[in-house]
Design a binder for this molecule. Structure first.
Ligand SMILES: Cc1cc2nc3c(=O)[nH]c(=O)nc-3n(C[C@H](O)[C@H](O)[C@H](O)COP(=O)(O)O)c2cc1C
Length: 290
């Protein structure tokens, strides 16, 4: 009996085989391309870290590319945000447990992913409404800090990952500060979906340039803010984006949160303590010699 190509069973058979074939192709592409995607995402984040630290694309190119410049100039520390102390071993243990395998922290630790896990996993904590000024609901327990060092091994600047909600989107970026933890080197975003021409102007190089040399703290409190009608010469104020007050306020809240007690405040205090005890030790050493 000749096969009726237009019969109902035949149509279903062809559709099913086609679906299965397409599903196989899409999942194979997704699995095989995943390492490449992760590598590209890391390259993009590193590029942002280099640029917020003052490297121009030409300098990066001439010095051997993103990977080479980043790995030769930056140390990556993993800290416990609550204590401000080095916590690479704790983060490693919590990650191994959460993923049920030995993970490569450098490649697999994703702070945004960690922040959304159940706090039982030991990688995140819920934020209460009063603390959660930038609307992120929960925060990771461990954070990366990128430290640019001189050839003598002295820290030249610190880059902190920061994020907060604008009008439409979660804005993710980096804030680079000098080792005085008071002076801004730069702010950049590697991920945001605010309206182009309005909130999207957070990525405008002219607006980002306004952040350079701004001051963060006044009497221990975060004072740096994006201000509508900012006065010229205000060391603590960056001009608001016109027609984008909500995005502007989002950036203010983000700085307030991440530079405060629930963000990198404990780490900054810890670094300042270590710095002053080092100065005292050096001074005591000097006295002994005398
Ligand atoms: C289509 C559309 C897109 C908008 N996108 C943004 C935005 O990305 N960020 C923002 O803060 N406000 C955006 N707004 C404006 C806000 O709704 C709000 O009016 C504005 O934040 C007020 O800022 P202003 O006081 O500077 O005018 C948008 C409005 C419209 C109609």
């Amino acid at each position: 009996m000749p096969l009726n190509k237009d019969s109902l069973p035949n149509t279903f058979l062809v559709a099913t085989v086609l679906c299965l074939f397409c599903a196989f192709v899409v999942s194979a592409a997704s699995v095989t391309l995943r390492p490449l995607q992760l590598e590209n995402a890391q390259k993009d984040r590193r590029n942002n870290i280099l640029q917020v630290s003052g490297f121009t694309p030409e300098e990066i190119e001439e010095s051997g590319g993103i990977k080479k410049v980043f790995e030769s100039r930056f140390d990556v520390e993993i800290i416990d945000l609550d204590t401000g102390q080095d916590a690479e071993a704790d983060c490693q243990a919590a990650m191994n447990k959460a993923k049920d395998k030995e993970v490569n922290l450098g490649e697999e630790y994703d702070q945004l992913w960690a922040s959304k896990l159940n706090p039982d996993k030991g990688l995140s904590e819920k934020l209460d409404k009063k603390t959660d000024v930038c609307g992120i609901k929960s925060r990771e327990k461990f954070s990366e800090v990128f430290i640019m060092k001189s050839s003598a091994g002295e820290p030249e600047l610190y880059v902190f990952p920061v994020r907060g909600n604008g009008l439409w989107s979660l804005m993710q970026g980096y804030l680079a500060v000098k080792p005085d933890f008071q002076t801004v080197v730069g702010l950049t975003f590697y991920q945001q979906a605010e309206t182009p021409g309005l909130g999207g102007e957070v990525q405008n190089p002219d607006w980002k340039a306004l952040w350079k040399d701004k001051k963060i703290y006044d009497d221990g409190e975060v004072k740096l803010a994006v201000i509508k009608g900012n006065k010229a010469g205000n060391a603590y104020g960056v001009d608001a984006l016109s027609g984008a007050t909500i995005t502007s306020n989002g950036v203010t809240n983000m700085i307030d949160f991440w530079m405060g007690d629930k963000g990198f405040g404990p780490y900054i205090n810890e670094m300042k303590k270590q710095d002053s005890s080092q100065i005292k030790t050096e001074a005591a050493g000097g006295n002994n010699v005398k």
